[in-house]
Design a protein around this ligand. Structure first.
Ligand code: NAD
Length: 339
């Protein structure tokens, strides 16, 4: 684990174990140079302890880059709670997590992420003030979707020469909190939707409400479309899947879409424009960070509205330097974090 911490420049890794509630949690703090670390809490099943730690480390690094490029005075962190299918008292589990997070004395502020809800954050808030996206603060997912939608239009302009999404075929992978909200906006803008989700109920809803075309979840990435929008979990873009893509651009909400930067080079070589995940999906973080800081909704909306400009800046550098946007975004973020 230390080798991974070293290669990702992760500052610290905290393991929490509470036999009473069955809580097994990891908090990774990647970088605190620009401010306290903030990041979501995942509550998902993991094959083993090592995969949970590895996920927390990779996601925390992404949060540092995301906060830096979004112009927030925050560092990056992430909490991962290993989902236990036999948990008796979910509220007690998250209350215990709150008490543990409190021992970090504000170095890490937690928010909602895949598998958790604002109600879970309310439970955490019983043990620590270092939590946001409680029911009082609201769910960041619609704000994440808003930013991704605006970023997807900027990506369409950069790659296809038009902001108009009417008739554009967009493949949305994952119809969860963010993916479904994004699909709604795309439908309203006249895009044609191809969708997949492991949960058939979510797909059915999109078919009924958004005229979406269902695609088997293992076939979506290779289905011809204009823009592929990964909105599920996990590194969906690897050396193999990139060769299957039949789209002009990739622009979606999911964190850590690339298995590594060589995959970004492969996308570039195939002429597929990649919108770096931590640039395009910063809307959720902007919402939780500014809500936590007491800003009003107008200020939050104005900050989210800057995402397309940041993305366009990244695309501009990428084109001028003939590099992948993912490499450009990394360089820009690391300049802010380390120089
Ligand atoms: P979610 O858990 O609500 O939704 C994820 C959805 O993806 C679920 O419906 C799940 O069934 C589906 N899914 C999982 N694997 C799949 C697969 N292989 N193919 C198709 N569908 C699959 O999560 P969310 O909050 O919508 O977040 C989605 C992604 O966006 C995550 O990577 C998350 O880290 C990232 N993100 C979320 C936010 C936020 O505010 N929620 C902000 C920024 C980034």
């Amino acid at each position: 684990m230390f080798a991974l911490m070293q290669s990702t420049r992760t500052q610290s890794l905290h393991l929490f174990n509470d036999p009473q509630t069955g809580l097994k949690a990891v908090v990774a703090i990647h970088n605190e140079r620009l401010g306290p670390a903030m990041g979501g809490c995942r509550y998902l099943p993991y094959a083993d302890d090592e995969s949970a730690m590895t996920d927390a480390i990779a996601l925390a690094q992404g949060m540092s880059y995301k906060a830096a490029l979004a112009g927030l005075a925050l560092g990056g962190g992430k909490a991962v709670v290993m989902r236990n299918p036999h948990v008796e008292n979910r509220a007690a589990l998250f209350q215990a997590l709150g008490r543990f997070i409190d021992t970090l004395q504000g170095r890490f502020v937690v928010a909602v992420d895949s598998g958790t809800s604002t109600l879970d954050m309310d439970c955490i808030a019983q043990g620590t003030p270092h939590v946001t996206s409680t029911t009082a603060c609201g769910d960041p997912s619609p704000h994440a979707a808003l930013g991704v939608f605006a970023g997807l239009r900027a990506t369409s302009y950069a790659r296809l020469g038009s902001y108009n999404l009417e008739g554009l075929r967009v493949a949305v992978q994952g119809l969860g909190n963010v993916g479904y909200a994004l699909a709604e906006q795309l439908h309203a803008a006249g895009a044609e939707l191809l969708v997949s989700d492991l949960d058939p109920g979510r797909v059915r809803l999109a078919v009924e409400q958004l005229d979406a075309h269902p695609v088997a979840h293992d076939a979506l990435a290779s289905t011809p479309c204009d823009i592929f929008a990964p909105c599920a979990v996990g590194p969906v873009l690897n050396g193999h899947s990139v060769m299957q893509l039949r789209c002009a651009a990739v622009a979606g909400a999911a964190n850590n879409q690339l298995t590594n930067l060589q995959v970004a080079d492969q996308l570039e070589a195939r002429g597929i424009l990649y919108a770096p995940d931590y640039v395009i999906n910063a809307g959720g973080l902007i919402h939780v960070a500014l809500t936590h800081a007491g800003e009003n909704s107008a200020a939050i909306a104005a900050h989210i509205a800057r995402i397309p400009a940041r993305l366009t800046e990244v695309f501009g550098h990428a084109q001028a330097e003939k590099r992948s946007p993912a490499r450009v975004a990394q360089t820009l973020a690391e300049r802010l974090l380390y120089t």
